[in-house]
Ligand binder design. Structure first.
Ligand SMILES: Cc1ncc(COP(=O)(O)O)c(C=O)c1O
Length: 386
């Protein structure tokens, strides 16, 4: 019903993804932005809004509130009240503002690496000390929390914990047991949790289920600032529409005071797209997941068969593959691949320079082209020998 095999050309439209490289022959497989056109149901809603012709300041309206509330209930068994919800132009400004709202100058902030770079920059921009704890591996060889290391690293001045679930870049969906243990840690150390769940509707593995942190128990519900958006799932980041959910009224007041005068109204197209995505986008999303799963299989098989020196742990969510290149003996893997026509995200700002991140949210042929270029480059430069 939907088509993911071909995509519109984005050149000369200011696409962050496609404008990055001066050398236009480089295939961009970096930033978390898919090449696909969004759901036609969303395009129709935007066309209808455009036809109206008046684009004044817009505040959240009943239909958007209702669609978000119903979506959270239906898709994530998360029952919220309208007053817990607040619209924002993005998760990144929200994470930065949370560092100001919920910590003092002498406090520290904890997060787990590797992680989406703004988690590492936000505390620094707010001049708060950052404590990073590396993720470890569980008995199934999956990335997981290392509570012993977290206990060793936590300090009395640590006030805020920033979680990424599903975790970008490692693609992990944390289980109820893991989140319950995290809830205990958060309570024991009297922390506030920022739970970035922007990738929650991009679960690839059918046996995995996203669990909203705030549904774990009442303790976590009261301590959590949940951040979400339809932008990653429906490829709408250019429309800048995201939202926070804060159950505790004190934290809501604290947050709203901090963002006052800084965060503007969301634009009317962001609301229209958000409303349509959650009301009518599900059939498209299901097809998208099927397509991404196929791309994931292509990627995994290609790496296992042709580039086994790239170490790649099974992932459960997102379209972002976290590839360990240390066995390739390449000094700067991102530069190496760029030189050979493949644009990947550098692992360094995520916290590990041995890795690159590959975005497979693109037509299958584009992915195969990228993988073949990687293989050719490694063969040519002699990096595939044992
Ligand atoms: C974990 C995570 N949070 C936030 C964002 C970006 O959010 P926004 O565009 O709403 O600022 C991304 C984008 O890749 C992400 O991966």
């Amino acid at each position: 019903m939907y088509h993911f095999d071909s995509c519109p050309d984005r050149k000369n439209l200011g696409s962050l993804k496609w404008e990055r490289y001066a050398d236009k022959s480089i295939l961009p497989l970096w930033v978390a932005d898919m090449d696909f056109e969004t759901a036609p149901e969303i395009v129709q809603a935007l066309e209808a809004r455009l036809k109206h012709g008046v684009f004044g300041y817009t505040i959240p309206y009943d239909s958007v509130h209702e669609s978000v509330i119903q979506y959270l209930s239906k898709s994530h068994s998360y029952e919220i009240k309208e007053e817990w919800l607040h619209f924002l132009p993005g998760l990144v400004p929200a994470i930065n503002l949370c560092c100001h709202a919920f910590t003092e100058a002498t406090d520290s902030v904890m997060t787990l690496t590797p992680v989406y770079p703004p988690f590492l920059s936000a505390p620094k921009y707010a001049k708060r000390e950052l404590i990073t704890v590396p993720l470890s591996f569980n008995e199934k060889n999956q990335w997981t929390f290392d509570f012993e290391a977290m206990e060793r690293a936590i300090r009395p001045d640590t006030k805020l914990f920033i979680l990424c679930n599903p975790h970008n870049p490692v693609g992990r969906v944390y289980t109820k047991e893991e989140l319950t243990q995290l809830s205990n840690f958060i309570e024991k150390h009297d922390l506030i949790l920022i739970s970035d769940e922007i990738h929650c509707d991009l679960i690839l593995e059918s046996s995995s289920q996203h669990i909203v942190s705030a549904t774990i128990d009442e303790n976590l519900a009261q301590r959590t600032i949940t951040l979400m958006a339809p932008s990653k799932t429906y490829n709408l980041p250019g429309l800048a529409c995201a939202f926070s959910i804060i159950q505790d009224p004190k934290k809501r007041t604290q947050f709203y005071k901090t963002i006052r005068g800084i965060i503007t109204e969301i634009n009317c197209f962001g609301y229209a797209a958000c409303d349509a995505a959650y009301r009518h986008g599900e059939p498209w999303r299901i097809e998208l997941i099927r397509y991404l799963n196929n791309n994931y299989t292509i990627l995994k098989s290609f790496i296992e068969e042709s580039m086994p020196q790239i170490v790649f742990k099974p992932m459960q969510a997102t379209y972002l593959a976290w590839l360990n290149t240390s066995q390739l003996n390449i000094k700067s893997p991102t530069q190496f691949f760029e030189k050979h026509g493949i644009g990947l995200s550098d692992g360094t700002p995520f916290g590990d320079s041995n890795y690159v991140r590959l975005n497979f949210g693109c037509p299958k042929n584009r992915l195969i082209e990228g993988l073949e270029r990687m293989h050719e480059a490694l063969k040519k430069e002699g990096n595939l020998s044992e």
